[in-house]
Design a protein around this ligand. Sequence first.
Ligand code: MG
Ligand code: MG
Length: 628
Amino acid sequence: MRTAIATVCLSGTLTEKIEAIAAAQFKGVEIFENDLLSFNGTPADARRMIEDLGLKTITFQPFRDFEGMPEPQRSKVFARAERKFDVMEELGCDLLMICSNVSPDSLGGIERAAADFYELGERAAKRGMRVAFEALSWGRHIHDYRDSWEVVRRANHPSVGLVLDSFHILARGTDLSAIRSIPPEKIFLVQMADAPRLDMDYLSWSRHYRCFPGQGDLPVDDFMLALHATGFDGLLSLEIFNDRFRAGSARSVAIDGHRSLIGMLDELRRRTGSPIADLPDIPSKAVCSGVEFIEFAVDERNAVGFEKTLRGLGFRKAGNHRSKAVTRWQQGDINIVVNADKEGFAHSFNITHGTSVCALALRTTDASATVNRAVTLLDQPFQQPVGPGEMNIPAVRGLGGSLLYFVDRMNGLDRLWDIDFEALELDQGQEAGLTVVDHISQSMHYEEMLTWLLFYTSLLDVQKTPVQTVIDPGGVVQSQAMETKDGSLRLILNASQSQRTLSSRFLNELFGSGVQHIALATSDIFATVARLKENGVELLPIPENYYDDLEVRTDLSADDVERLRSGNILYDREGAGEFFQVYTRTMEGGFFFEIVERREYKGYGAVNAPIRLASQTRLASVDVPPGL
Ligand code: MG
Ligand code: MG
């Protein structure tokens, strides 16, 4: 299949859009008429620019309100089409996309529409052009692809074909089986879009919320299976109307688009077991089995305070890097790397962002295959010089310029602690019963959220869970989790459109997107909290009202509630599952740790998030010493 993208997906001028599309390695582009109308040059100038960048215009669109018009409008519509053919001739494009009529003047009737298309087909053929018909989900008479196909079938003209738009078909929940019997040569264009499940009219849903395949909730993979059954091997183009994309960077959105198509076609190849033309070989999604380490970039001044925090949480210094000012801190199956080196990636990250997470390392089955998959998906691989004999750990660029490393056993990368670090006698710190990393929560700009969702879900074998809306004292935060089936890796993306939420303020303090909190698991929250108190760790205070309410709305005994209250522990229940959470105070820069105990509980305590955010907001207005 030949992949393309419509100019309407991106922000910017036509020139900026075309440059972004070429930079994302597309070969085809759909030109939206409005982009051409606002272009400062002739259609021939646009053609030169498009072709100079190695692109081809595959479609000119949209041509509206065509079929079923009574006279005198009918004659005018045909005259208008001829003018579009003139423009297309100059533009070097041979396909005009026509969407179904929404005009109150239009007349219904498949036969009438077919006759109009036959006549238009005759006119197009004379000029070496073709036309393709799309059923808009809100079309006046035709809003179902089975009807638009019947029009095309009856028009029975070689220059008249069909457009299948996954949004219009999936949004209405139209049965997909009829796609399978459409002759592939009559499908002139396939337009791909996904969308979140929303309960609203089709027009507003389509115009504002479409997204790339994999970013939404529609069954695009089922649509692709039906399409595949036809033997279709033609034009597959992205057509997305999305307010976030219009506000985002054209270059990054174009890359997201291409990434989504590669990921979707790879999925199709795996599901059908048949090759897809033009799709490069690509390793399967990385199966992750947890977090190998979390690396913090610190400077000398803050290292002491930060290490005190780690010690308070029960971490013990377990190793010194052989050639760098880097230490390993350990507890249970958790490794924290503190990088205070004066050179290299972590140092420059620290200069920009202050004390912050500069890298995450995930355990995968095959780290180099993971990076190969990432490169095919247009992610950015990362390399930096390593000392003699030290390990070169495969990595890609992640959120906010941070790194995502991959560590495996297959290539012996899990020996990094022995090879790169000199083990230390564990010091006499007090462990606090922390066992594994439970989840990693990243805050980002609202416009970036779908980008990072796609980044993770296209690369890793993780499932996304429904978006949660969390109320912060300064506004609304959207929160989306992604998890492996066994829960060994849980990532959370947070974003907010309000500048006043904690999530947005974190972005400002950090000068960019990044890890805002890390949750560490314990199997006994009460014992852990007791140990943290002994270690002098101050936890986030939770208001009394919360516990009064807890006593009323749960069947917890007064004693149970008292234990929670005295530990500043938040509580949630999900069926028989129970969840316990506490938070450290926020460090300079906005980062904090969370400690959780799960008892058959799958969520993240979303019900408690407003309480936590309110407490953090209250504390943020007073001075908090760095460290804890
Ligand atoms: Mg469309
Ligand atoms: Mg959390």
